[in-house]
Design a protein around this ligand. Structure first.
Ligand code: ADP
Ligand code: MG
Length: 475
């Protein structure tokens, strides 16, 4: 079959259809199509799924062929083919790839992204690591750009950049993804021996080694010790479970020293800063604090959209941008919840054979959007937590009175509200006794500056913020 090129006509057809259909339907039905090739009387076009193919044929194929006929003067049949799944991270052909770098963080993210893109995939996957937890699938935004770049720095120079890297943050914010991305990158690009383990499995292996040693009178502990002390890279996830477990802490302490002295890389993740680990020996905490401690905070709206967009090509159904915005606006707790909402929607859509529209999403996700776990932290709950912390009344925070304590408490409450809610400074002003937006903005800036200069203040604000989030998940 001779090659025919109708791509110009195809593009023109799409333009006309876009004008006729309007943006929403066009995005839903046409943005995921891609022109593949053509014969004399046919054009082959890739579609994302069987479901899509059936529905598209029913609804739009005839009118697309009509437009093509008007443009070319020929009867051209549109032949739909299922898009072949590519290995590894995918991108649709017809659209630019989703923004994997939150725009705000474009600068910080580029280095990690470029290096990740350059990394060739050659080896088999590492047995303990998920092969989809890679840097190129990690969207970078304001909330995680420092941690992502630190992680990339370590991946490129294990043992030489910072040791240990200590990543902390709440659930579902991407700690496991990032620590495993470090492992995957090193695994793909070097012969380094890597162990990834959750602290819980580390504990279990430790307890088993102790018990077996007692039973068989063999020294099982030495093989346990050797296992963890003879690696080049040790990645321990969810280290907070060591709290209160003194023999485990002791074991970890010696493992740490042995690896540290041999300049072997360690990375830990934790749900809180090392300084807030309770019932943990001072000497271990000080080790954990030695390298680079960095937090991952919840993503802002823009980054939430970018994350969801990056997942769309894997879903095999088109998800319009408006739906992505809707989910991102309503689910602000963490990325696991964000992904969960989109997966739920996709399942409903397949089950009911209905394409995903804003109305459909609103209908299907109304319980998810209404559930208290889904963020939407109220300004009142922030004010209450701050007032409790300073032993003030709620009303104190909105009054005009100015004692030093009141001013600080108010500024902290405003700063946290601006950071973790989607309210504008104008709206926040209303919550704080009718102050204008410039005052809110000024207070937030002041607080940011003060936190930079005063680590104690920074720690205090973080602590209050965590309490607020914990209260919110409990309620
Ligand atoms: P944590 O370990 O902090 O609880 P995870 O690493 O398990 O969180 O992340 C939860 C889900 O969100 C995972 O599916 C992960 O791939 C996804 N995720 C987290 N952060 C990002 C990100 N920045 N970009 C893309 N996906 C992310
Ligand atoms: Mg995790």
């Amino acid at each position: 079959m001779a090659d025919w090129d109708y791509s110009e006509f195809w593009n023109e057809t799409l333009k006309q259809i876009r004008t006729e259909l309007g943006e929403q339907d066009y995005t839903m039905w046409f943005s995921s199509l891609s022109y593949l090739r053509a014969g004399e009387r046919e054009i082959f076009v890739a579609v994302p799924s069987q479901f899509f193919q059936d529905k598209f044929s029913e609804r739009y194929k005839a009118s697309v062929e009509r437009t093509l006929r008007e443009l070319t003067g020929k009867d051209l049949a549109v032949k739909l083919e299922l898009r072949q799944k590519k290995e590894g991270p995918e991108e649709t052909v017809s659209e630019p790839p989703p923004n994997r770098v939150g725009t705000k963080a474009a600068e910080g993210g580029n280095q990690a992204q470029a290096a990740a893109a350059a990394a060739p995939k050659k080896k088999d996957r590492h047995p303990q690591l998920r092969d989809d937890y890679t840097f190129d699938r990690y969207v970078i935004g304001e909330n995680n750009k420092v941690s992502a770049n630190a992680a990339m720095g370590i991946a490129k120079n294990p043992g030489k950049a910072y040791n240990p890297l200590f990543l902390y943050g709440g659930v579902g914010l991407g700690k496991t993804h990032l620590i495993q991305a470090i492992g995957n990158y090193i695994h793909q690009n070097s012969g380094n021996k890597i162990i990834y383990i959750t602290a819980e499995d580390f504990l279990n292996e430790f307890v088993d080694a102790l018990a077996e040693g007692k039973m068989t009178k063999e020294n099982k502990m030495s093989s346990f010790k050797n296992k963890f002390r003879r690696v080049d890279v040790l990645l321990i996830d969810d280290i907070h479970i060591i709290e209160g477990k003194s023999s485990l802490q002791e074991e970890l302490f010696y493992t740490f020293d042995s690896l540290y002295n041999a300049k072997k890389q360690m990375v830990f993740t934790c749900d809180r800063p090392a300084s807030e680990l309770k019932k943990t020996t001072e000497r271990l905490v000080s080790r954990l604090k030695m390298g680079f401690n960095i937090d991952i905070s919840p993503p802002d709206f823009e980054t939430r959209c970018a994350i969801l967009k990056s997942k769309v090509p894997e879903l095999e159904v088109p998800v319009p941008d408006e739906v992505i915005s809707l989910i991102s606006k309503n689910v602000s707790t963490n990325i696991r919840d964000l992904e969960g909402a989109m997966t739920t929607l996709v399942k409903f859509s397949a089950m009911m054979e209905t394409p995903i529209t804003v109305e459909f999403a609103q209908q299907r996700l109304k319980d998810v959007f209404a559930s208290p776990q889904q963020g939407n932290i109220s300004v009142e709950s922030i004010q209450r937590a701050v007032a409790d912390y300073f032993s003030l009344s709620l009303a104190d925070l909105t009054r005009k009175k100015r004692t030093k304590k009141l001013v600080i408490a108010r500024q902290i409450a405003m700063y946290i509200s601006r950071k973790i809610t989607d309210y504008s400074t104008i709206e926040l002003g209303q919550y704080f006794g009718g102050r204008d937006h410039a005052t809110v903005l000024y207070s937030c800036q002041k607080m940011e500056e003060a936190m930079l200069l005063d680590p104690n203040l920074d720690a205090m604000v973080q602590k209050i913020e965590r309490t607020i989030k914990e209260n919110n998940t409990k309620s």
